[in-house]
Design a protein around this ligand. Structure first.
Ligand SMILES: [Zn+2]
Length: 175
């Protein structure tokens, strides 16, 4: 996880009542073909997205185009590693709609390794969940105070989200 990814997301935190939800794709790479995830890039809201106070629906084509660009620019290293969005609540919890779209992402997207990362930026905390194809639940694996000084040294463990008891089964053979 890099500081710029967090600070970019925090710039969209819904502190004012007129702020709409924001979100995008999480983009990263897997060092030396391992299943570790280094989250170092993201997509931000595009004009084609549907956004309201309590909903964010990202436009697949617009974000895919940005992902494809990162893939090329990084020499085919950077790939899709998950999703992020904001919530107008202090400590964010995934809605039932979030859970079903996260399940859909795991089921219908091709990705490297056993699982995907899902971040929700709340007004007070930002939370990170990890979901795998094998387990049907999402585990909360990390939490930051939204917008505060961030020291990437403190959570170097984030490079290895697959080591939190989840299966190491590879799940990259998706339609
Ligand atoms: Zn949500």
């Amino acid at each position: 996880m890099t500081a710029s990814v967090l600070s970019t997301m925090w710039g969209y935190a819904q502190h004012r009542s007129k702020d709409r939800e924001a979100g995008g794709m999480l983009i990263g790479h897997h060092p030396l073909e391992t299943e570790d995830i280094v989250l170092d890039c993201l997509t931000t809201p595009q004009p084609q997205d549907r956004r309201s106070r309590h909903q964010f629906h990202r436009d697949q084509a617009a974000h895919q185009e940005l992902l494809d660009l990162q893939w090329i620019l990084s020499g085919k290293k950077r790939t899709y590693v998950g999703e992020w969005h904001t919530h107008p609540e202090d400590d964010p919890h995934p809605s039932s709609l979030d859970l079903s779209s996260w399940k859909k992402a795991i089921k219908h997207t091709a990705f490297h390794g056993p699982g995907l990362l899902f971040i929700i930026v709340g007004r007070r905390t930002t939370r990170l969940w990890y979901g795998t194809a094998r387990r049907k639940t999402f585990s909360l694996i990390y939490e930051w105070p939204t917008g505060e000084h961030y020291d990437p040294q403190e959570d170097a463990n984030l490079r290895q989200p697959a080591h939190h008891g989840q299966s190491r089964t590879r799940a990259n053979r998706k339609e």
